[in-house]
Design a protein around this ligand. Structure first.
Ligand code: GLN
Length: 501
């Protein structure tokens, strides 16, 4: 029987019970990738030979009776923003063409230590700038629920891979919503951990004070398992938090929200959401009440400035971070004919290697950081960040977690917003405050929007280092919804042509 539609937890049980080998499980996922990825286009690179060699080693260890991690042998898809030794790493950009990192990101080291099998690298908006994966230099990824639509972004490839049963779990990064928004529009679970709680070492920087890697999965418990494997202090990351990691998996299994206070953020609900998304949001609040939680309304007045401040902070940091792609050190080099100056080669390379959105942000950021404007733009944006954090601190005085819809709409059509950067930026209206304050957030599917029958997402937000609360509340909602529907959410997804499950 195919295990493709099983959760990572169930796949791990089948492996432990020796009903299937890691080699067979990995082969089954590659067969699915080969069957559907010509249309979904979630992957940029498949590492099949190494993955199968690793699976064979895990099978040997298991046969020898070695004690293995709960994730041993589980296949995973990795966003191409993470450095993986000797594997092409592009960040969705032409500028890194041909680059194979000489080292593993800490997150990759941890996954390998848990014997997770990395199937390959997934497509993304170039340097993680975008909300639709249309900014990838290698073409867009398609949403498995409707191939004419976007899978969200910037981690669209990782989200689509899980939604299309090409992998049970994957890794994304979230600077302003890039895990939660693709999770929402692809109908899966995505978690943006507390800033500094998962190492950024080897995560190619977009906006260093906001970037955070985290898991995608089809269930809350699976996401908790991956999160547990990648979290923890890392001396190689100067912003890493050195404090105990909460027990995410136990929280996910508890499924009890009685007496919890759930804060609805006034500024993140109401107008501006697609009708079906707003309907699902209020139905999920009713569900929480039926489970014994208490709903309170909170106000975060400074959230209205979050998007504007984000679009100063993120481009500013990107203009500085992307200065290292200068044709001298990594990847592409254009026009080096022995006659041109180094500066000319740099210019030609950056012109050819970066896409439009990346250039737009470098220019915006360079302007915002220039002397004479620094205080007015970057300085003010940083002050807004403090105010947003204060809003969260106040709100968490009266609520254990805060909630909102994850994204204003369901998946839109490929091309629909491609030439309208402002419309694209507005996708992250509900996710950006979490990054600006460095706290954590989770998105889980809460149904199909009435008008288009596409997945809608429910966002849960918790204070820094209280990521276990995301799993506690997410796990309870997921279980109640499954009872109500009589089946897990992914059973509503249409079958892709050629799919093995
Ligand atoms: N869509 C947002 C942006 O374009 C967020 C991206 C992200 O989280 N990496 O910046």
């Amino acid at each position: 029987m195919s295990l493709l539609k099983k959760t990572a937890t169930e796949q791990a049980q089948a492996l432990a019970a020796k009903q299937i080998s890691a080699t067979e499980l990995v082969q089954e996922h590659y067969a699915q990738i080969k069957a559907v990825d010509n249309e979904v286009k979630a992957f940029l690179y498949l590492d099949e030979k190494n993955a199968l060699a690793q699976a064979a080693t895990i099978d040997k260890k298991r046969a020898a009776g070695e004690k293995l991690s709960p994730l041993a042998g589980i296949p995973l898809a990795l966003k191409d923003v993470m450095a993986q030794a000797n594997v092409p790493t592009t960040c969705g950009s032409k500028i890194l063409e041909g680059w194979r990192p000489p080292y593993d990101a800490t997150l990759v080291t941890k996954l390998k230590a848990n014997d997770v099998v990395i199937l390959g690298k997934t497509n993304m908006d170039e340097f993680a700038m975008g909300s639709s994966t249309e900014n990838s230099a290698f073409g867009p990824t398609h949403n498995p629920w409707d191939l004419t639509r976007i899978p969200g972004g910037s981690s669209g490839g990782s989200a689509a891979a899980v939604a299309a049963f090409e992998a049970p779990i994957s890794i994304g990064t979230d600077t302003g919503g890039s895990i939660r928004q693709p999770a929402a529009v692809c109908g899966i679970v995505g978690v943006k951990p507390t800033y500094g709680s998962v190492s950024r070492y080897g995560l190619i920087a977009f906006s260093s004070s906001l970037d955070q890697a985290g898991p995608f999965a089809r269930t809350v418990e699976d996401a908790a398992m991956v999160h547990a494997a990648i979290a923890g202090f890392d001396p190689k990351d100067s912003t890493s938090i050195n404090s105990p990691v909460p027990d995410f998996v136990s929280a996910a299994r508890k499924k009890d929200v009685k007496g919890l206070k759930i804060g609805v953020v006034k500024e993140l609900s109401g107008d501006g959401y697609q009708t079906g998304v707003a309907e699902k949001f209020s139905q999920t609040l009713d569900l929480l009440v039926s489970l014994g939680a208490q709903i309170v309304e909170v106000s975060c007045p400074n959230f209205q400035y979050a998007l504007a401040a984000y679009y100063l902070v993120a481009p500013s940091e990107c203009s500085s971070n992307l200065a290292r792609f200068d044709a001298m050190r990594y990847g592409l080099r254009v026009g080096d004919d022995g006659q041109r100056s180094a500066e000319e080669v740099m210019n030609l390379t950056r012109q050819a290697g970066f896409g439009r959105e990346v250039k737009r942000r470098i220019i915006l950021g360079t302007y915002a950081l220039s002397s004479g404007y620094y205080d007015a733009y970057y300085g003010s944006a940083q002050k807004v960040r403090t105010l947003i954090k204060q809003d969260f601190d106040n709100a968490f005085k009266s609520a254990d977690v805060l909630v909102s819809p994850t994204a204003p709409t369901t998946a839109f059509k490929i091309g629909e917003k491609a030439n309208d950067p402002l419309a694209m930026y507005l996708n992250d209206i509900a996710t950006i405050p979490v990054n600006m304050a460095g706290i954590c957030g989770l998105s889980l599917p809460n149904g199909l929007a009435s008008e288009d029958q596409l997945p809608s997402g429910f966002q849960i937000m918790a204070p820094a280092m209280a990521d276990d609360r995301l799993y506690l509340v997410g796990g309870a909602i997921e279980a109640a919804l499954k009872d109500k529907w009589g089946k897990p959410f992914w059973e509503f997804a249409p079958k892709l042509k050629g799919s093995k499950c």
